[in-house]
Design a protein around this ligand. Structure first.
Ligand code: ADP
Ligand code: MG
Length: 682
């Protein structure tokens, strides 16, 4: 699709060589870029009834000068001009700071339009802009654009206006009429016109509606196209196994599965049996029982004659999973092995050999599993646990390991649905939205740091009952810059307090791997009763006898992270407690603490977290894998996102989308993205 709009901005009236360069620096190289540079906000010059205007709100009023203005100077440059203005039936004051030149214009009875900040208590407007006479209708909304360098907003407005009048007719709409009709959307040309030159807010709203849907639909089409590509072009393996054997395994578990676990197992085994490759995200709240679901899937893969791999973020977790999966699977003939950085030399060689021969059926480890020269005889299923920070690219690398194994991602943190279908848009999603029966709710308390002594008393009471406690600190050691608790100090303080009767362990990311393991094993075996740690225990660790989680400086953590930490307790039959030590200064900090005490539901918390922190911070900026939208906002426009997602799924699956001319332009957009070749998406 070549278009005149792809040519340089130099073709636009008023744009010379220098401006062209400056615009390019802003990322506006082509006419198309210029037309697509949408205002980020509109300044509101609409007239309002003063009774409706809130204190400190920006307002535009029209009225008549009702008193002689008075002008006072403070020093040479500072001045204050005041007068009274009659606006409808209100007599208000108008104050102009440092604009003495307006004095002569403010003669009695003159009609003026003033824009400024409204002080409701004093019935005064602090004027930032004044115009003699009435404003014209078109000026009610002034678009504001992001600018850079020498390009001013005003100049940019002019270039855009020129570009529009010169090239309006070249703007093509790649939406088919039927799609526009269905949602009553403006054409692309009309949409851009109204966004750049709106008459009123309703225009902006409707034009924005089209842009939001367009951005979401295009993105979702690419994701669905990628999904289609991956399903069809990477010959998956159809797992075949004896259902009775799998049932026997499930029935032999020490508990019966929850309904949610059963449903998810069914979704996963259906994928395993199909000739397509599984590409599935499994979400479940902490403690919802994802591990056993993984075990079932891995057993099914084993029964089909395949090997499996389980990948986790830390070595501690790898060890723990190895222990629990050995217990579950080895009685059924599955040979489980652990590969970590401490498996070296001869031992390592032996292990890799067995893996290549196929005598090891299940390999567990950190990401070393896929990065190193680890060769399987017949890899059928790869599962990652607690790896919610994997971006699209890393997921692709994983899928490319072996001969197209089925892939299951299990996430540490429930992900808000809007993010799940964008960041994981090309995947199928399963959700365990139910905890095993009989779990006691964890009681969560928020206390000030000054209450520490009582908290210690409380810990002691639980220890006497034979329980164990986690104490989490944000830092490893003292910092000059941050006034927060560090694990080393807290560890020595607690050792001092408790050493006669209890063992206090210390754990943090800088300890060598074997020391970490040692501490963790001692805590698991109840040889250590209090574990002071940084957030390294955040994910996955399972010590059911621990019933207290104390978190220092809790306001420093996000909701999802706090919820993960809290999820380390409440894993056994006893009542568990989470104590948040926090003196938050900000309102959102306080809000987060309140929310934590009010809900134990990870899905609800993740939605709140998203609201408070925004999509960028939810995953941590770097690896979010989230797309950037110009106009659309995943949080506020989530309804449109759902609709676009459904439409994209349907379109990609329909014959019409691939064959009918009406969809040609849209189809070309998807094809140009590379999604259909399984390439990196732009
Ligand atoms: P997570 O989803 O956080 O990874 P786990 O898989 O570690 O949770 O499970 C938490 C605990 O719940 C484990 O001790 C596990 O044995 C137990 N569990 C899992 N499923 C059930 C169930 N259906 N009924 C009772 N206990 C269960
Ligand atoms: Mg887990």
């Amino acid at each position: 699709m070549t278009s005149i709009l792809d040519e340089s901005v130099i073709n636009v009236k008023g744009v010379g060589v220098e401006t062209e360069t400056a615009l390019k620096e802003m990322g506006l190289a082509t006419i198309h870029d210029l037309l697509d540079h949408i205002p980020y906000r509109y300044e509101d010059y609409r007239l309002k009834d003063l009774s409706e205007v809130k204190h400190e709100e920006r307002v535009t009023v029209q009225g008549k000068v009702h008193s002689e203005p008075s002008l006072m100077y403070f020093g040479k440059k500072k001045s204050r001009l005041t007068t009274r203005i009659l606006v409808d039936r209100y007599l208000i004051s108008a104050v102009f700071f440092n604009q003495p030149y307006h004095k002569t214009k403010l003669t009695l009875g003159t009609e003026v339009t003033l824009t400024g900040k409204w002080d409701q208590h004093r019935q005064t407007i602090t004027v930032s802009e004044m115009k003699v006479g009435e404003i014209e209708r078109q000026q009610e909304l002034k678009p504001l654009y992001h600018t850079k360098g020498e390009i001013t907003t005003k100049a940019l407005q002019r270039y855009i206006a020129n570009a529009f009048s010169q090239y309006e007719h070249e703007i093509i709409d790649y939406f088919p009429q039927s799609l526009r009709d269905r949602y009553k959307l403006f054409s692309k040309r009309e949409t851009l016109r109204l966004l750049h030159f709106p008459n009123n807010f309703e225009d902006v709203k409707q034009a924005r509606r089209r842009m939001v849907y367009e951005e979401f639909l295009l993105f979702q089409l690419k994701m669905q196209a990628l999904r289609k590509y991956e399903r069809e072009n990477s010959a998956g393996q159809a797992h075949e196994y004896d259902e009775k054997l799998l049932d026997a395994f499930i029935n032999g578990l020490p508990f019966s599965l929850t309904d949610a676990q059963k449903r998810v197992v069914c979704e996963i085994t259906t994928d395993l049996k199909s000739p397509y490759r599984m590409n599935r995200l499994l979400q479940g709240d902490v403690g919802s029982g994802k591990t056993v679901v993984a075990a079932i899937a891995l057993y099914a893969s084993y029964l089909s004659g395949f090997q499996g791999a389980l990948m986790v973020p830390t070595e501690i977790l790898a060890e723990q999973h190895t222990d629990s999966l050995k217990k579950l699977l080895e009685p059924f003939g599955v040979k489980v092995a652990l590969l970590t950085s401490s498996v070296k030399g001869k031992q390592r060689k032996l292990l890799l050999g067995e893996l290549a021969e196929g005598t090891i059926h299940l390999l567990i480890g950190t990401h070393a599993l896929i990065q190193e020269e680890v060769n399987f005889l017949r890899l059928g299923l790869v599962i990652t646990d607690e790896q919610h920070r994997f971006g699209v690219e890393q997921r692709r690398v994983l899928r490319e390991k072996g001969e197209a194994p089925d892939v299951l991602f299990m996430t540490a943190t429930p992900i808000p649905r809007t993010l799940a279908i964008t960041a994981f848009g090309e995947m199928d999603v399963s959700v365990i939205n139910e905890l095993p029966a009989g779990r006691k709710q964890i009681e969560t308390y928020w206390v000030k740091h000054s209450m520490l002594e009582r908290v210690i008393g409380f810990i002691e009471k639980e220890l006497k009952k034979g329980r164990q406690a986690y104490v989490i600190c944000p830092l490893i050691e003292e910092s000059e810059h941050l006034d927060v608790q560090n694990a080393i100090d807290v560890h020595s303080m607690l050792t001092h307090t408790f050493s006669t009767n209890y063992q206090v362990g210390l754990m943090h990311g800088r300890l060598p791997a074997d020391e970490k393991d040692q501490v963790m094993r001692a805590f698991s075996a109840n040889e250590v009763q209090i574990l002071v740690s940084t957030t390294v225990v955040e994910v996955g660790v399972n010590v059911p006898n621990a019933t207290i989680m104390v978190i220092y400086d809790a306001e420093r953590f996000g909701l999802s992270q706090l919820h993960q930490l809290r999820g380390r307790v409440g894993r056994g039959a006893e009542q568990s407690y989470c104590i948040l030590l926090a003196d938050p200064k900000s309102e959102t900090g306080k809000e987060r603490m309140r929310i934590m005490t009010e809900t134990n539901d990870g899905f609800e918390l993740s939605e709140k977290d998203l609201e408070l922190r925004g999509p960028g911070d939810f995953f941590g900026r770097k690896q979010s894998g989230l797309p950037e939208f110009k106009v659309a906002d995943m949080v506020h426009d989530y309804r449109a996102l759902e609709v676009a997602r459904q439409d994209a799924v349907q379109l990609i699956q329909s014959k019409a989308f691939w064959e009918v001319d009406e969809y040609r332009l849209l189809r070309e957009m998807v094809e140009a993205s590379g999604a259909l070749d399984g390439e990196k998406l732009d």
